[in-house]
Design a protein around this ligand. Structure first.
Ligand SMILES: Cc1cc2nc3c(=O)[nH]c(=O)nc-3n(C[C@H](O)[C@H](O)[C@H](O)COP(=O)(O)OP(=O)(O)OC[C@H]3O[C@@H](n4cnc5c(N)ncnc54)[C@H](O)[C@@H]3O)c2cc1C
Length: 410
């Protein structure tokens, strides 16, 4: 490393970035957390959604101790309680960030990272690259500046970067022009954007838990405002879009799957589900009149006019940050290769069955660049916070060179 102790730059103040900060603080290592928005920015964006893992699983002994040691301790919910994203921020992430506050820079976006004096193609796979510090380009309120670090913990998640909604993950024709008017993600349909959806015709695309959350909220809205109409499409040929996990240990998740599947099969509550259907084309109509879309079911094309589109088609990691570095990515998931290969070996679809793959799975050809948290899974949506906490523990064994460092056990 260029300096000792190594200067650690943590990218992102989400649950895993904050946990990494706490770990560094405890080990008395110099660190800075750079966050493009607010504390827990991504979680805040889906803050109205209830987490399906219970509170106890979303926190660590280290975090709880740190929060409890301050006068800010808001009192924790019970371990088996299910809280929303917003409540998780209020009850846990915000007080945690307070403990780290002098080392967190909010509204500080990491634009790209390179190695001082080295290009991407130089010293291929050579550990000697570690002798040159990383150089970060930061954008802070329109001003740009450089900053150096010896270790990067990239915890930037993937929620800021949606995938395209067309066939095979491609752009639907016209989607790029329509993009600013499409909701990608989880709008708070029963909360702050309710007025936008009342008595509207809405197209929802996707067949995962996010689409299930969206459709259940729209169905609820239609009970109060009965001209709210949802067309739900998915490329899946199944009549029940959500694949339930047998004996799902996360009961909130299973409840959601059951409710969404019922809506799809009953054709009730103003929800019409179309399986085996893709969106091929989107045209934005003049004067805020909504969209004309072309749906394809098998070989049959059918136009549809809707006023709103919600695309729950997943997210993809931002790879531009490390474009000038030697990061080995999986060609299927865009996750870091070693971890992606280990994940591919897992048979179960259930994220509860995922295990951590140890410190070595976090290494990259670029020395001291580590991708942690949701981003480490790339497009694989099976990441759970508890796995991220274990990654934090593992990465600090690599940074300190001490395989026994385990602040959770201590
Ligand atoms: C709707 C939803 C529900 C979920 N429910 C659960 C659940 O119940 N249980 C569970 O264990 N997991 C759940 N997850 C999965 C996962 O745990 C969360 O996505 C979690 O937020 C991941 O934490 P993270 O810290 O890795 O990333 P994020 O929370 O995504 O945080 C990344 C942070 O990095 C910042 N950032 C991004 N780019 C930059 C940049 N260039 N420069 C600086 N900062 C940047 C972002 O603003 C953000 O604050 C859920 C995910 C979603 C989307």
């Amino acid at each position: 490393m260029a300096t000792s102790p190594p200067r650690i730059a943590i990218l992102g103040a989400g649950p895993i970035g904050l946990e990494a900060g706490l770990y560094a603080r405890q080990l008395k290592l110099p660190y800075t957390i750079f966050e493009q928005g607010r504390i827990g920015e991504h979680v805040m964006r889906w803050g109205h959604v209830k987490l399906f893992s219970p509170f106890g699983m979303n926190t660590t002994s280290l975090g709880r101790k740190a929060v409890a040691s301050t006068r800010l301790d808001p009192g924790f919910p019970a371990d088996d309680q299910f809280v929303t994203g917003r409540e998780h921020i209020e009850r846990y992430l915000t007080p945690l960030a307070e403990v780290l506050r002098d080392r967190i820079k909010t509204e500080s976006r990491v634009v790209s990272i390179g190695r001082a004096g080295l290009y991407k193609h130089e010293g291929v796979g050579d550990p000697a690259r570690a002798k040159s510090p990383f150089v970060l380009v930061l954008r802070e309120k329109q001003l740009e500046r450089y900053e150096e670090a010896d270790v990067i913990l990239d915890c930037t998640g993937s929620y800021s970067h949606h995938r395209w909604l067309g066939p095979s993950g491609l752009l639907a024709l016209g989607e790029a022009q329509a993009e600013p008017s499409i909701a990608y993600g989880l709008p708070d349909i029963l909360g702050d954007v309710k007025r936008d959806y009342i008595n509207k015709a809405i197209l929802v695309i996707g067949a995962g838990y996010s689409a299930a959350t969206t459709v259940c909220s729209l169905a609820k809205l239609s009970l109060e405002h009965n001209s709210t109409w949802t067309t739900w499409v998915s490329r899946s040929p199944q009549t029940q879009p959500l694949r339930r996990i047998p004996n799902d240990p996360l009961r909130e998740r299973d409840k959601l799957a059951v409710s969404a599947n019922l809506l799809a099969t009953r054709d009730d509550d103003n929800v019409e589900y179309r399986a085996n259907t893709v969106v091929e084309q989107i045209e934005v109509l003049q004067q805020n009149q909504g969209f004309r879309v072309m749906l394809r079911t098998g070989n049959q094309k059918k136009p549809l006019e809707v006023e709103k589109i919600i695309a729950n088609v997943g997210y993809t990691p931002d790879r531009t940050i490390y474009r000038e570095l030697q990061i080995h990515e999986c060609y299927a998931s865009f996750g870091p290769m070693k971890l992606a290969a280990a994940l591919m070996g897992q048979k179960s679809n259930d994220c509860m069955k995922q295990v951590c793959h140890g410190p070595e799975s976090l290494r990259n050809p670029e020395p001291n660049y580590f991708i942690l948290g949701a981003k480490s899974f790339g497009r694989n949506a099976q990441f759970l916070l508890r796995l991220g906490f274990e990654q934090v523990r593992d990465v600090f064994t690599l940074i300190t060179g001490d395989a026994k460092v385990d602040l959770y056990r201590a």
